[in-house]
Design a protein around this ligand. Structure first.
Ligand SMILES: *[C@@H]1O[C@H](CO)[C@@H](O)[C@H](O)[C@H]1NC(C)=O
Ligand SMILES: [Zn+2]
Length: 311
């Protein structure tokens, strides 16, 4: 076999793996799937599926000055106040949490077109969405799918089949004690791909969220990992949650193929013709503005949105 032929054969084998990985849910641990967050070497510029050709991709920059006022009813998160047990897994792309749901956890109302069931929660460090160009240290994605489908893998093929609730974090000196139980297996979990670790403590998901749930950006977008399917109704909460500097550092140690991932955010995508809505909480707004004075980073958006409201 000539050297040229063997190179071609390797490329084909690699492509085949790619297609196999794409046919399963990108949220499951996919051993040997080719995509990475590195520049070149199967990085974001080479991701397959809709990633290069889509017109409503995620993440995007969010700006209160250009957002359209949303007039949605209140967002409902059912059973997020229940204690639940779960696993934490390093799937080679992120740290993922899955929870037992004796009571189904769902997200609904708030202008959502369906009722969505929680599938899993994972993290991006640094944040994927930006607020007026400012990138936060961490973003949490709570991934839901339309409960009229049997599983996420079915829903992902449909417009509005998924709903992701995103929460962005700002850095503080003190650790966030609510996040501590989720990081109990660090650093072991960061070095072992594809193995679920059972959390020793119960978790109440509501405690991971900011106080104000009716202050959010809403837009139609995509998954931020291959195949970047354009099936996601995004809800990005505008109030930030604190996280300790040391806790952020623990995320940065998560490894993929025995190398630190370092960061795992997809670059900002163009908005194109989409409308991005901003739902403002009317009565409680002043409280949030007051709270924003304690933010050490990523605070500019909060301050500026105060202006856009008062004028
Ligand atoms: C947690 O992981 C175990 C395997 O270690 C699995 O049997 C169980 O279904 C997982 N639970 C959740 C909620 O993911
Ligand atoms: Zn994500």
């Amino acid at each position: 076999m000539s050297p040229t032929a063997s190179t071609a054969a390797m490329t084909c084998h690699h492509l085949l793996l790619f297609i196999l990985a794409g046919s399963t849910s990108s949220f499951l641990p996919v051993e040997g799937s080719g995509w990475t967050y590195k520049e070149g070497g199967n990085g974001p510029d080479e991701w397959p599926g809709m990633c290069q050709v889509g017109a409503r991709q995620s993440p995007v920059d969010l700006d209160p000055k250009t957002a359209v006022p949303g007039h949605f009813e209140s967002l409902v998160l059912l059973n997020y106040d229940r204690k639940t047990v779960g696993n934490v897994t390093n799937n080679g792309h992120t740290l993922m949490l899955t929870f037992e749901q004796p009571c189904e956890m769902v997200m609904a109302a708030g202008g959502l077109p369906a009722v969505y069931r929680l599938e899993q929660i994972h993290f991006h460090w640094r944040s994927e969405h930006t607020f007026q160009g400012k990138r936060c240290p961490l973003e949490m994605h709570m991934v839901h799918y339309d409960r009229q489908f049997k599983k996420l893998g079915d829903a992902v093929k449909f417009n509005q089949g998924l709903a992701v609730l995103a929460v962005l974090f700002y850095e503080t000196k003190e650790p966030n004690t609510v996040l501590q139980p989720l990081l109990e297996f660090m650093p072991e979990v960061s070095q072992t791909e594809g193995i679920p670790y059972k959390l020793s403590q119960h978790v109440t998901l509501q405690n991971l969220l900011p106080d104000e749930l009716n202050y959010f950006y809403r837009y139609a977008g995509s998954l931020t990992t291959p195949n970047c399917d354009e099936s996601v109704v995004w809800t990005v909460l505008a109030q930030l949650v604190p996280i300790g500097v040391q806790q952020v550092a623990q995320f940065h140690k998560v490894q993929s193929h025995h190398e630190p991932l370092t960061s795992n955010f997809r670059p900002i995508q163009t908005v194109n013709k989409r409308q991005i809505y901003l739902q403002q909480p009317s009565e409680r707004y002043q409280e949030i503005s007051a709270a924003s004075s304690v933010y050490e980073s990523c605070f500019i958006v909060i301050v500026l949105s105060t202006f856009s409201i008062t004028h």
